[in-house]
Design a protein around this ligand. Structure first.
Ligand code: ADE
Length: 229
């Protein structure tokens, strides 16, 4: 999978060089390139923002550097990429969207800052690829970078081969619409707290149904909205 990220803070993405995703990059499973939006400006100050038409607080990202960056990254590509703009005004990013995007051969992420990006950029991007505006959750970050880090990790780990044991991807929160069951390891007693005896019973069927009950109970307590869905 090819992943391009456009940002005015490209060094934030240095963190993608470590851990599982770092390994996946080294092995060629993920081909990640990070681009500095300011490289597509032509003035002395490398300006990427300006005041909003109609007035109001804050600054808006100018369309020209975005247009040039998208032309450079997408131009000549064989297939239409999915172009993701993280935004608190977008559709909620979920595990099922992560799974869907993990099958795309080419993802482009555009990180907005300030009050957002000139709206015409989204229109233009839709000529080059399939545009998705995605929100991490109902809160506001200072920019799209942290959201893109989270999305790249959630998507990248679903690309076949990135996580060594694919079985570990199945029994996770959100994979079957429920939260994950609780996990325990040795010792069997720690600071007077015991591991639930059923997990030591060796009865696989009983363990499986206990875990299922735990999943449902936790989901009911912590995320009743998921059960309603
Ligand atoms: N940019 C700012 N806030 C965001 C959010 N909640 N999700 C995605 N991108 C964002």
């Amino acid at each position: 999978m090819r992943i391009d990220v456009v940002s005015i803070f490209p060094t934030i993405f240095d963190a993608l060089e470590v851990s599982l995703l770092g390994k996946a990059r080294q092995s060629g499973l993920l081909d990640v390139a990070v681009h500095d939006l300011r490289d597509y400006t032509h003035d002395r100050h490398r300006t990427v923002d300006d005041t909003p038409y109609g007035g109001g607080a804050g600054m808006v990202m100018k369309p020209e550097p975005w247009g040039e960056a998208l032309d450079d990254i997408v131009g000549g590509a064989a297939e239409r990429p999915v172009i993701v703009f993280p935004s608190p005004a977008g559709e909620r990013f979920t595990q099922s969207i992560a799974r869907e995007l993990s099958a795309a051969p080419h993802l482009v992420f555009g990180c907005g800052r300030y009050e957002g990006i000139d709206e015409r950029v989204f229109d233009y991007a839709a000529e080059l690829g399939d545009v998705r505006l995605l929100s991490l959750g109902d809160y506001v970050l200072n920019g799209g970078e942290v959201a893109v880090m989270a999305m790249v990790e959630a998507i990248g780990r679903l690309v076949p081969g990135v996580v060594g044991n694919p079985e570990s991807l199945v029994e996770e929160s959100h994979e079957d619409g429920l939260l994950e069951y609780p996990s325990f390891t040795k010792p069997a007693v720690w600071r007077e707290r015991e591991v639930p005896p059923i997990l030591l019973s060796g009865n696989h069927g009983a363990v499986a149904s206990w875990r299922r009950e735990q999943q449902i109970e936790r989901t009911r307590l912590r995320r009743p909205d998921l059960l309603a869905d």
